[in-house]
Structure formats: C-alpha cells, structure tokens
Ligand binder design. Structure first.
Ligand SMILES: NC(=O)C1=CN([C@@H]2O[C@H](COP(=O)(O)OP(=O)(O)OC[C@H]3O[C@@H](n4cnc5c(N)ncnc54)[C@H](O)[C@@H]3O)[C@@H](O)[C@H]2O)C=CC1
Ligand SMILES: O=C(O)[C@H]1O[C@H](OP(=O)(O)OP(=O)(O)OC[C@H]2O[C@@H](n3ccc(=O)[nH]c3=O)[C@H](O)[C@@H]2O)[C@H](O)[C@@H](O)[C@@H]1O
Length: 437
C-alpha cells in the first residue's frame, strides 16, 4: 500500500519505518527541514533501540522516503497518517493547532479519495473536527479514522510490530477494510484489531494512559505510607502483583511518572471532563500526587544535610524520563535538579543517552560528565533518577572511593535492601527502610 505519514517524530518515524518493513511504500513528511535532511541522509535523529536497523533496511530498499512537501506526500499516499504533536496548553487542554492546521492544508490539496488516520493523542470529538476542517475545502470524498498509538518509547519498534491490540475508530466500512488490510501483518499472533466508533477510540487512548498513570500514582502513595509505618513496598508490590486481577506490571514506585505523554494526557482528560461539566476527581488527585512525588527525594536529602544544601555537590545518575530513551520531556530528574539548584547545590550528572538534550536546557548551570563514576568524584551524595540497566550492578567500591561520604538517594529502588546493607553505604529509597551508617 502507499502510505504517507505527517510528522516524523517518535510516533511518525516508528510508524513509517514499521509500515515500510511490511512492504508498504512510505513517504514521511515533516515541517522541520533539518530533520528531513538528516533522515534523507540515513540518520535517525532520535535514540530508539532497533529502529536504526529497520530504518536502514527500508531506506536501502527504497520503501521509505522523506520530504518537507505535504503536497508530495499527499499525492503519494492512499492512507495518510497524522503523527503530529498535541502538546499541553497552559490550561492543561491538548493543543490541536498542529492537527487542525494540517487538516486544513490537506483539505486544500485533496482531489481524490484518501483515508486520513489520526495517530496523535487527541480529545474526544477531534475526528469530527478534522473531518469538518477538511470538508470545508476538499473537492472529493474522504474518510477520517481514529487510530490511537500505544507504543512505549524505548520499546517502540517491538510495540509497533507486535501490538497487544490495534484500535480503529471509524464509521466507514471502506476505511475499516483498508485499515484491517494494512495492519494484518502486525496481528498474525492473534492479537485483535478492535473496531469501534471514533469517539470511543479517542477516549480509549486517554483512558489507557490515565489508568496506567493512576496505577503508578497509587503505588507511590502506598510507598509513601510504607515509609510512615515501617512496611516495605517491594514486599507489598509482590504481594498484590501476584493477584492476576491487579497484575505485576506498572507497580514500581519511584519519583513519579514523566515523559511526553502521561503528564499531558492525564491533564488533557481532566480538562476535557471539565469542559463537559464532569469533574474527574481521581485525575485531579493523580496530578497533584505526581507533582509532589517528582521531588519526593528532596525532603530526605534536606533532612540528611540539615536543610543546608548550599555548595553541596550531588552526582545525578539518569536524566531521561525513563531508561532506553533520550527523551527528557517532563523528566522527574529535571524537577529535582531545579529544586537542588534553587537551594544552592552543585550538580554533576550522567545519563547514557539524554545528555545532549539536557545540555540544551541547562547550559553551564550543571556539569555533564562522561561516565557514571566521574559523576561521583568528590560529590556529597549520589542521587539515582532513572533506572538504566548500567546503574543496576555498579562497582560500589568505586562509588565509595569517589563520594566524600558513602551516601545514595535512590529514586528508582534499584538495589535490594539486603544487598545494599552489606555495602556500608547510607541508602535512602522510596517506600523502604532507610539505611543510616
Ligand atoms: N512519544 C510517544 O511515545 C507517543 C506519542 N503519542 C502521541 O503521538 C503524537 C506525536 O507524538 P511524538 O511523535 O512523540 O511527537 P514528536 O514531537 O516527537 O514529533 C512530532 C513531529 O511532527 C512534526 N511537525 C510539527 N508540525 C508539523 C507540520 N505542520 N507538518 C509536518 N510535520 C510537523 C515535528 O517537526 C515533529 O518532528 C502526540 O499526540 C503524542 O501524544 C502516542 C503514543 C506514544
Ligand atoms: O502515549 C504515550 O506516549 C505512551 O505513554 C506510555 O509510554 P512511555 O511514556 O514511553 O513510558 P512508560 O514506560 O509508560 O513510562 C512512563 C513513566 O512512568 C514511569 N513508571 C512506569 C512504570 C512503573 O511501574 N513505574 C513508573 O514510575 C516511568 O518511569 C516513566 O516516567 C505508555 O506506556 C504507552 O502505552 C503510550 O503509548
């Protein structure tokens, strides 16, 4: 099939590449000239495991092309994906200007039947708005489909190639058939393509992200309570996760959820509720709890240093919002760094992939170092913010040799309490007992 993907970011590039992998001819369109230039030269501009292999293969096979011209992309594709940003507005709602702006441009160019597929995360009713916007200008028949994306950064290729489900929201049989044909290679294992109306598809995406964010937040509250009463969140987590109705996944407490989607999507659903005179009390609580959780280590750090952080140096391991990505959008590490800087502390930070993005944000306000052990040299404490694998089994002797005193604040509970007790390090984590030397 001939496919066009508008927006070549995390979702658009993965979508385009994976659709090319199953033999489709794909043209990806992006407004960012330098991005298109890089992509056309065979360079993947984001860190996403395994994407480069598929990307190279499909470029070489001539199935994956890039352009800044919407007209060229539209003429090529019979199915047109929208993978455009839907960032947070100041009042929490989703900014639809990218999606509706492109819809208007599409309308002006459309002169034969196409299926416009919305992969961006958008509030209920957006498919209708996209349809109306295109219809104002279009001189031919077309269909609009809501096809939310559930991939995770860091596992994006695997999630796209082997999705647990594909949701297709449409009221057009013609469009549904086309979508089923396109996605058939991805559901060979028997996972379903779930067809529903557009509004339900749009809400499915927000409900999924908000449910997961709520699950994490609930565990963070239980972890905070564990600290008050001397229980151990690791044990509670295993205790409840073995109940198949609860499940083992997404029960890991820490310094809050971040990323480009959970924070904005929870807020957008909350705001959409308000617009329809519905008060999502649970989401209101999730937003507030997560805001404070992002800096949950700060009181522990302040207590240890008697509220005097000025001129203390902290080594930070992990800047990305989670491992296996270079994405720092809404990363809890950055919230904590901002607070530490406000209190006069110095920061030496290391992340395996995200340092380039962080350098743009902080300039010379923090030191970015090239190895995890360089970060701890002469630091007053080590703070762990992201659970990269490389931090899981460190050389504790090197950490102790580097730090002024053996002291770790762990925002991701990387080490077993029993193991770390043997290391003679003061250790403070989330929802577990403190180890004080
Ligand atoms: N990042 C993720 O893991 C996931 C994101 N989503 C949703 O997918 C959507 C896209 O997200 P990302 O890919 O992360 O965003 P992104 O910011 O990485 O990529 C968006 C791309 O669109 C381009 N763009 C902006 N305006 C354009 C225009 N007028 N014409 C052509 N290109 C244009 C930008 O230059 C950028 O390359 C959002 O709604 C997001 O909520 C959904 C599932 C997963
Ligand atoms: O809409 C999106 O963009 C995507 O958002 C999330 O994917 P992603 O943001 O890439 O990352 P997750 O693995 O879900 O983690 C999100 C945040 O929750 C945190 N988290 C996750 C799991 C957990 O047990 N505890 C926890 O604190 C992570 O550290 C991270 O900050 C969803 O998992 C995807 O299904 C969805 O498509």
């Amino acid at each position: 099939m001939k496919i066009a993907v508008i927006g070549s970011g995390y979702v658009g590039l993965v979508t385009g590449t994976c659709l090319a992998e199953t033999g489709n001819e794909v043209v990806c369109i992006d407004i960012d000239k330098s991005k298109v230039q890089k992509l056309s030269m065979g360079e993947v501009p984001i860190y996403e495991p395994h994407l480069d292999i598929l990307f190279d293969r499909n470029i070489k096979a001539g199935r994956l092309k890039f352009t800044t011209s919407l007209k060229e992309g539209l003429e090529h594709g019979e199915v047109i994906f929208l993978a455009l940003p839907t960032p947070e507005e100041e009042d929490g709602s989703a900014d639809l200007s990218y999606v509706l702006g492109v819809a208007e441009d599409i309308g002006k160019l459309l002169n034969e039947y196409k299926v416009i597929v919305d992969k961006s995360t958008v509030p209920v009713g957006t498919a209708e708005k996209v349809r109306d916007t295109i219809a104002k200008y279009a001189t031919c028949d077309f269909d609009v489909v809501s096809n939310p994306e559930f991939l995770r950064e860091g596992f994006a290729v695997d999630d796209f190639l082997k999705p647990e489900r594909i949701v297709v929201g449409s009221s057009s049989d013609r469009a549904i058939e086309l979508m089923k044909k396109l996605y058939k290679p991805f559901v060979r294992s028997g996972n379903p393509i779930i067809v529903m109306d557009e509004k339900s598809a749009e809400l499915t995406k927000y409900a999924a992200n908000s449910f997961l964010a709520t699950k994490i937040t609930f565990m963070n509250e239980i972890a905070n309570y564990c600290e008050k009463v001397g229980a151990d969140i690791d044990k509670v987590r295993i205790g409840i996760g073995t109940d198949s109705r609860i499940g083992k996944r997404f029960l890991f407490p820490g310094i809050g959820y971040g990323g480009s989607c959970f924070p904005k999507d929870v807020k957008a659903l909350h705001k959409s509720g308000k617009n329809s005179q519905y008060d999502f009390k649970i989401l209101d609580a999730v937003i507030r709890v997560n805001d404070s959780q992002k800096i949950a280590l700060l009181p522990k750090i302040n207590t240890y240093f008697n509220n005097n952080l000025s001129n203390k140096t902290f080594a930070i391991w992990g800047l990305a919002f989670k491992p296996e990505t270079d994405d720092i959008r809404e990363a809890p590490a950055l919230y904590l760094i901002d607070e530490l800087l406000k209190e006069g502390a110095k920061i030496k930070a290391f992340d395996p992939e995200a340092m380039k993005n962080v350098a743009h944000k902080y300039g010379d306000k923090i030191d970015l170092v090239t190895t995890m052990y360089e970060a701890v040299q002469n630091a007053d404490a080590l703070i762990i913010c992201t659970e990269w694998s490389i931090f899981r089994t460190p050389d504790f002797n090197k950490i102790k040799e580097g730090l002024k005193t053996p002291l770790i604040f762990d925002g991701r509970n990387l080490y077993d309490i029993v193991d770390i007790e043997k290391e003679e390090i003061s250790y403070f984590s989330i929802g577990r007992k403190d180890i004080k030397l």
